[in-house]
Ligand binder design. Structure first.
Ligand code: ADP
Ligand code: MG
Length: 354
């Protein structure tokens, strides 16, 4: 099994950072050195490094495209953006905004949607597809449905055949790109936002986009399902650095708790001797239990962010040793209707291909 794909991305200096010293010395497209003012140097190598001049399209092509293609073939995949607030996670995921059409600014999510519908449309009469979209966030260790805010504490269950399931979550059947963007946009508008000194529109939640791609073969009605999960994590900075107090400080601590649970899962997965992987320690790690496929470590290029960048990149360096745990979606040789009935009565007939 392949290792998970881990990449690093440095966003360009933003306006208020103009003229600030930088902390990266490029080696090549996979390695670089992070340097602080005392010339402390840390070498990093990843599957790919996207420097300040990288294009949104490059990131999509390398990191996401193969995983989107896999989802169409019923292989689950997860793409995560990690890094401190202001490092470019949301810009990578959503683009300048979700409706952006300028190719330089268009993010990963709208490209995913384009590719999914392109794949569907190119398969002709051989198969029928259904794509469902859910958008949730984990805020203060509760899963909130961003497509129906009345569902503010979604429970997570593990199904023998389907893997991790969000009970009662809104799943919108999307039939074209425009519809998908409309629902993504309303989900995003419902995210919980708090103000910190680091970024006054910073989101303090982990935002999770789930595309379920169901394919039914015309020939034999065989149904297979692939789940594609994109995760825009909340900022990984230390709680005290946010200058937060009261409720906002509590938020920051909770965020750090779920991110450290993710760190613990990564440590357990890479230690080689762990017989217990602590997926159950947080909502975030439970949702990621199905598949851990790609991680993008987002960093600011500025020297003043050296220590946060170092910790982000160290996190990525550890994750590089994980074997990708993407699992083949469930398959069953019968019509979907029958399958639903069977599923609700018992799931003995389901066959999971590992
Ligand atoms: P995060 O989600 O990690 O907190 P954002 O994605 O909101 O960070 O990025 C912080 C700021 O930097 C935003 O104003 C965003 O538009 C800008 N930015 C981030 N990445 C890039 C990039 N690759 N190119 C241009 N601007 C970017
Ligand atoms: Mg963000």
């Amino acid at each position: 099994m392949a290792n998970i794909c881990v990449c690093a991305r440095f966003r360009p200096a933003i306006l208020k950072e103009d003229g600030e010293a930088l902390c990266i010395a490029r080696s090549d497209s996979r390695s670089f050195t992070l340097e602080d003012e005392k010339d402390e140097q840390h070498m990093f190598s990843f599957d790919k490094v996207f420097y300040e001049d990288s294009e949104q399209a490059d990131v999509y092509e390398f990191l996401a495209r193969p995983i989107v293609r896999d989802a169409v073939e019923a292989i689950n995949g997860t793409i995560i953006t990690y890094g401190q607030t202001g490092a470019g996670k949301t810009y990578t995921m959503e683009g300048a905004n979700i409706m952006e059409t300028d190719n330089h600014k268009k993010g990963m999510l709208p490209r995913v949607v384009d590719e999914l519908f392109e794949a569907i449309n190119s398969c002709g009469e051989t198969a029928a597809y259904k794509i469902n979209l859910s958008v949730v966030e984990i805020y203060m260790e509760k899963v909130r449905d961003l497509l129906d805010l009345s569902k503010d504490n979604i429970q997570i269950k593990e199904h023998k055949g389907h893997g991790i399931m969000l009970c009662g979550v809104t799943e919108i059947l999307i039939s074209n790109v425009e519809e998908a963007l409309k629902f993504l946009s309303s989900g995003i508008a419902n995210r919980a936002v708090g103000e910190t000194q680091m970024n006054n529109t910073s989101s303090r939640s982990h935002c999770i986009y789930i595309f379920t791609v169901q394919k039914e073969m015309a020939k034999d009605k065989r149904v297979s399902t692939g789940k594609l999960v994109l995760v825009d994590l909340a900022g990984s900075e230390k709680a005290e650095k946010t200058g937060a107090e009261g409720r906002v400080l509590e938020e920051a601590k909770t965020i750090n708790k779920s991110l450290s649970a993710l760190g613990n899962v990564i440590n357990a997965l890479t230690s080689g001797k762990a017989n217990h992987i602590p997926f159950r320690d947080s909502k975030l790690t439970r949702i990621l239990q199905d598949a851990l496929t790609a991680l993008l470590c987002c960093c600011s290029p500025g020297l003043c962010h050296f220590s946060e960048s170092l910790s982000t990149l160290r996190f990525g360096a550890r994750a590089k040793h994980i074997k990708a745990s993407s699992r083949i979606g469930w398959k069953e040789e019968m019509h979907e209707k029958k399958q639903e009935i069977l599923l609700s009565e018992n799931d003995v007939k389901l066959k999971v291909l590992d």
